[in-house]
Design a protein around this ligand. Sequence first.
Ligand SMILES: Cc1ncc(COP(=O)(O)O)c(C=O)c1O
Length: 430
Amino acid sequence: MKSPNVNTPAPPSRTAEKLAIHGGPKAVEKPQRDRWRSVRLLDTLPILNYVRIDKTTAVTGGECVRPFEQRYARLACSDYALAMNSGTATIHSALFAVGVGPGDEVILPTYTFNASAAAVRCCGANCVFCDIDLNTLNADPEDIERKITPRTKAILVVHIWGNPAKLDVIKRIAEKHSLPLIEDCSHAHGAEYLGKSVGAWGDIGCFSIQASKAVSGGECGIAVCSDPVLYDRMLALGHPFRIRVNQKAASFDLGNSVLGPKYRPHMFAIPLASGGLRRLPKLNRLRQRNWDILCEEMADTPGVRVPETLPDAVRGGFLKFVFVLEPELSCHRDEFLHAAVAEGVPLKPDLYSPLHKQNIFRQEGPLTAALLEAAKNDFGPPEHLPNMDIIEDRVIALPPLTKVPEKYLRECARGIKKVAHHFYAAGECA
Ligand SMILES: Cc1ncc(COP(=O)(O)O)c(C=O)c1O
């Protein structure tokens, strides 16, 4: 790809439609606001009632948190669910519960949000990053297995952008090596693999319920599992007072004390998230339909690849609609975006940068402030993860369009197609 130069785009090619940046008509006639709301005013009514009675926290789970957890556990085909104040907290708790500690290794994909890796470091464990499968952008099972060492303590998979990873194969690998499997389902609420919900494949499934997610409590998270001991250990890390009344297996007794940071969710997040959970099937229906329309309209677009959904998978959550720009396009991603935005398409770059290249996650040892200074050290060239290298700086994203007119979706797809044709043809002419 050429280096970015968004101010001086290449002249129009002879074969492609005239781009909006070159004075051509815009592909998108009229910008649209997504009419889907992550939270609704109606969902705030219980909050007003709590304020009226001056109740602002549910220390022991209370009548508001536990029904939400039960509904979430059902959605994720699990016996238990534990709400927390963030998705990061759920991953930290899950890793703690399966026994990850200082000096251990946890294998996770390099292509994910940094919270997945930060949770590993919260346990004092070291991140071992695996490469991705180029087709799905999820963890490559073969590379997971290659990365297993005697120090490996757990495998953490992520269902990136709501697209389920190859869970049957990854689960087999985990079982073969007697390793616990944790699923980071933060992008994938309601997704399924082989007819079973994500989150139920691993020992523990972790969901962020932060504002941008398919179920939103503003800031919140929830972990699901079917093992009472693991549930109790998560309680023991971050749920003071609740530990005594909610323990399931009662294999230890801490009184009211806990071992770690307080991970209790804010009570006001729960009614918001409950509303989102009720509307999740509708959200997933709309997003799936819109994803299908975009993919149909973009079929045969040269140089733009839609990440594959595995035949046994159903996407859910759809945190973003992402596409990969192929090397045959004669442009850098920024040029592509500049041209597409001028067409009226609300495209953005995907900002996840490979975690295996970030010094902060290449450091080993206990999590102390000294690491902040040490992050400046020269760690030498990062490990070569060839598939990640191929897609780095080539992923583009539309927001998860939900309640927008079909015409708008088709226009957005045509805008992307038009820009792709331009840069494809320019590449052929060069
Ligand atoms: C893949 C992934 N894991 C974990 C998290 C952390 O969730 P939270 O922001 O709720 O802590 C996020 C948040 O965006 C995420 O995208």
